[in-house]
Design a protein around this ligand. Sequence first.
Ligand code: DX5
Ligand code: ZN
Length: 226
Amino acid sequence: MMIISPSLLSCDFAKMGEEITRMEDAGAQWMHYDVMDGHFVPNITVGAPVLKALTKKMRAVADVHLMISDPLFYAKDFAEAGADYITFHIEADSDPVKTINRIKELGCKVGLSIKPKTPAEAIFPYLKDIDLVLVMTVEPGFGGQSFMADMMSKVKAIYDEVRRIGRADIVIEVDGGINEINIVEAAAAGANAFVSGSTIFNAVDAKKIISLLKERAKEAYPKEEE
Ligand code: DX5
Ligand code: ZN
């Protein structure tokens, strides 16, 4: 199944709850929640208390992306706020093994993310212990940037590696600048979860764009693995 995870960073912040319902009704299975601390990235967004309020009536899977320096310390707050997946960056200050174990102990699925300059191989040692890999297709920090097509070789390398180690169940997610055109490249490279902020929230018809994204991803995804 191709997963669409609209990034709340692009929604109307004055109506976050309604925006989530609108996306769920439009067919989004996940909701992407970007957390930035003004230290790991040069921007500050929202934290655990806002997530807690939103997850109370959220049906979609809460896909939390921590762009923060100390995910080990803050993981508990997000788990208690209702996160389903907690994804942190390999480039953060926290020890990756300790952070992976902590997130699992808290009862959440765990994702590991890489920034554009980090090679795919950096996460290979951790793959057997995680549920999701998030390949950034923009420099993290802001919505509305352009998709970096040269990240697709990393997606393909991860797709091949998870199969080599018998972990084809690991979700491969891409994040940044995804639209109805480049989703074809991302899915063809092996991504099966797609974060999309500005494309979905700027669309006149959210249902139409989400259906189109799913359809194009499904068509382009490597056939033998369907
Ligand atoms: C960037 C965030 C993304 C971003 C996606 O740092 O992690 O989730 O908001 O938004 P678009 O699709 O507009 O690039
Ligand atoms: Zn994100």
